[in-house]
Design a protein around this ligand. Structure first.
Ligand code: PHE
Length: 345
């Protein structure tokens, strides 16, 4: 009887020693078996009353030691599993090929703008830029459009709150005022940039859009130079074979003209786009009014010049057959995805 009890303790000791604890589940099973409320060591403690007195002490020490072994094994295994989990954090395979990134596409306005810049660059035009918040003088007065001039109504203006002398530029002609003030001719610049007008938003009009305006001032610049420059642009941009100039009015140019490119009138689509005429209006232009040159301190005896201006969205809509200008400002990915991903401009 006594021997049997001692043997049971030994067996338990071996069982503890031989337990394999390799994961959380095995650790929990070990805990339940040896340390839980119904653990298998408990009955051995109870058995102490059957041990003869002279061996009770020895027996007690033995099962206490076994219990301690179980506790130590549990603690050590728990620690081991914890540090193993910390080491097992996924280390990425640094030699694996990278996942391919989805390429975005250029915005159609950027595509067209860059193409325009590139065409005029070939003719020697450099880029000039200035602020979108402008003063009244550079946007209007310098350009022969003094206060109360009816032409100001052509460009409904956003003024800065509490400061009527400052506004959001209505055209990038304001950049031309700055350049003329600061630079001696010859001047050959284009001014690309965003402009603002207080227009009701519709499929044809927006309160913000982009322009490219050009200015060429030198000795003996003629209307023929203007026409030829515009023709080159129309040919490169649209593959146009002919252009026509219609008399028009701008306060800062005299004479002024509006330019149409020959689009063609063959298909139903051509007829729709050109309203049956075969012609498409693309820009406004003219010879810089000497009053403008004077305002900006340029010698009108010596120099003359031409200027032109066009809307980038309008050109993009014609080129890509987009029938609603709002699409160009909404940034709907389904729309933007259709434009050339590989375009380098
Ligand atoms: N500034 C004019 C506009 O915004 C365009 C233009 C520029 C016309 C230069 C003639 C000459 O409508």
């Amino acid at each position: 009887m006594v021997i049997e009890a001692f043997e049971k303790v030994k067996e338990l000791e071996t069982a503890i020693h031989n337990s394999n604890i390799n994961n959380k589940e095995e650790l929990e099973a070990f805990r339940i078996q040896f340390l839980g409320t119904k653990n298998c060591i408990k009955p051995l403690f109870a058995a102490i009353r059957d041990i003869p007195n002279d061996r009770k002490k020895e027996y007690g020490q033995l099962i206490n030691a076994v219990k301690q072994q179980a506790e130590q094994k549990f603690e050590a295994s728990a620690q081991q599993l914890l540090s193993k989990a910390a080491n097992d954090v996924d280390v990425p395979d640094l030699t694996a090929p990278a996942e391919s990134l989805e390429l975005g596409s250029r915005h159609p306005v950027s595509l067209v703008l860059n193409q325009m810049i590139e065409i005029f660059d070939r003719l020697g035009f450099t880029i000039a830029e200035d602020s979108e918040i402008e003063d009244d003088w550079h946007n209007f007065t310098a350009l022969n459009t003094p206060e109360d001039h009816p032409a100001r109504d052509m460009q409904d203006t956003y003024y800065i709150l509490n400061d009527p002398s400052r506004l959001l530029r209505t055209h990038t002609s304001s950049v031309q005022s700055h350049v003329m003030m600061n630079q001696e001719p010859p001047i050959r610049i284009i001014a690309p940039g965003r402009v603002y007008r207080n227009e009701t938003i519709s499929s044809r009009a927006h309160c913000q859009f982009h322009q490219v305006e050009g200015l060429y001032i030198a000795e003996k610049v003629s209307f023929a130079d203007l026409r030829q420059t515009i023709y080159y642009f129309a040919k490169e941009m649209f593959g146009a074979t002919k252009i026509r100039l219609r008399p028009s009015f701008f306060p800062f140019t005299e004479p002024s003209a509006e330019v149409d490119v020959w689009w063609g009138c063959d298909s139903e689509a051509d007829k729709r786009i050109t309203k049956g005429t075969g012609w498409l209006e693309i820009l406004g232009c003219g010879m810089v009014d000497p009053a403008v040159l004077k305002n900006c301190g340029i010698d009108t005896e010596k120099y003359s010049g031409f200027a032109f201006g066009m809307g980038v969205e309008r050109i993009a809509m014609l080129k890509y057959q987009i029938d609603d200008i709002r699409l160009l400002f909404e940034n709907d990915v389904r729309f933007l995805k259709q434009f050339d991903k590989t375009a380098i401009f």
